[in-house]
Design a protein around this ligand. Structure first.
Ligand SMILES: [Zn+2]
Length: 315
């Protein structure tokens, strides 16, 4: 009987996904419940409990060592969740203490991007590297720094927020209240807006066909689809976005003396040319001595990173 089983909970704005995970990082069972993010804090905690208890029932009577949770928002050293976007009543919630009370098991709560970084470090593309920058490029731009084999949290758990590195102080407004953040150029919504604005000058782009001629329907998934089909305009949009992202990555890699970036999230999976654009840009923005060693690699765990990273918190 495998005695090293844990529960990994990936709390998102739409769903809470929970897995029963072995110590080798194998997901033995997983489920998905609505997270009720627009409900009260107690409703959200109830959904986490339901989802975790369901996973526990699949342990075949084996002992569960603990429960790890990846949560949106900033998470402090005591597992208090602060300001998670898309949740109505979940600011300042002592989630770790609440869940320890509910389960009578060790519980660890960590920011979701940090949890995904831990997952790549323990079970994914980051395994060979004790130090790397992890980036999730999707709706927003999130990140986590693995330093000497551990997550670098900073004094209050807020480290790794690479999406809000400013790449132009006169740039467009970002939803964080600042200007010119890299997220305000390459985050899903902003990227679509930029494509929309430019598409008027490229009436023969396949992208226009993919969105049924309606510019309002542009989403990165269509830009990626058009790019994969060889559309030059769509490729240029993504290459430019990769180049801009590389500027921010270069800043972190210089500051932390890192050589490796691992990129996850939907947009990064658009094709090798995007990874190449990021890498080229990083190389141009780090100091010369580190340029030959720069590596920009795709994440390996995809949608399972959330569950595996949460599990990794208690393994
Ligand atoms: Zn910002």
């Amino acid at each position: 009987m495998n005695s090293d089983l844990v529960i990994g909970v990936d709390l998102g704005g739409t769903n809470v996904k929970t897995g029963l995970v072995s110590n080798e990082g194998k997901i033995l069972y997983q489920n998905k419940f609505p997270s009720n993010a627009s409900g009260s804090r107690w409703e959200v905690i109830k959904q986490i409990e339901l989802s975790a208890r369901d996973a526990m029932e699949h342990a075949g009577g084996a002992e569960i060592r603990g429960v790890g949770v990846g949560s949106p928002g900033m998470v402090d050293d005591h597992g208090v969740v602060k300001g998670p976007p898309n949740f109505t009543d979940f600011d300042g919630i002592p989630l770790q203490a609440e869940l320890e009370r509910v389960f009578s098991l060790p519980v660890r709560v960590e920011n979701d991007a940090n949890a995904a970084a831990i997952a790549e470090s323990r079970f994914g593309a980051g395994k060979p590297f004790p130090d790397f920058l992890f980036v999730i490029w999707g709706t927003g731009v999130g990140g986590g720094i693995i330093f000497h084999g551990r997550i670098f949290r900073g004094p209050t758990g807020g480290a790794g927020e690479i999406g809000h590195i400013c790449i132009d102080y006169n740039g467009p407004p970002c939803n964080c209240g600042s200007r010119g953040c890299v997220e305000a150029y390459v985050g899903q919504r902003y990227l679509s807006q930029r494509a929309m604005a430019k598409l008027a000058n490229h009436p023969d782009s396949k992208l226009l066909e993919l969105v049924g001629g309606n510019l309002e329907n542009i989403e990165p998934v269509y830009i990626a689809q058009a790019a994969r089909a060889g559309d030059a305009f769509a490729r240029d949009i993504l290459i430019e976005a990769g180049t801009l992202l590389g500027v921010a990555l270069g800043a972190v890699m210089n500051t932390m003396d890192l050589r490796v970036s691992i990129i996850g999230g939907g947009i990064s999976a658009s094709g090798e040319f995007v990874m190449d654009a990021i890498k080229k840009s990083v190389q141009e923005h780090v100091l010369k001595p580190s340029r030959p060693d720069i590596r920009v690699l795709p994440a390996k765990l995809g949608n399972n990173a959330g569950i595996l990273g949460a599990a990794g918190l208690v393994l």
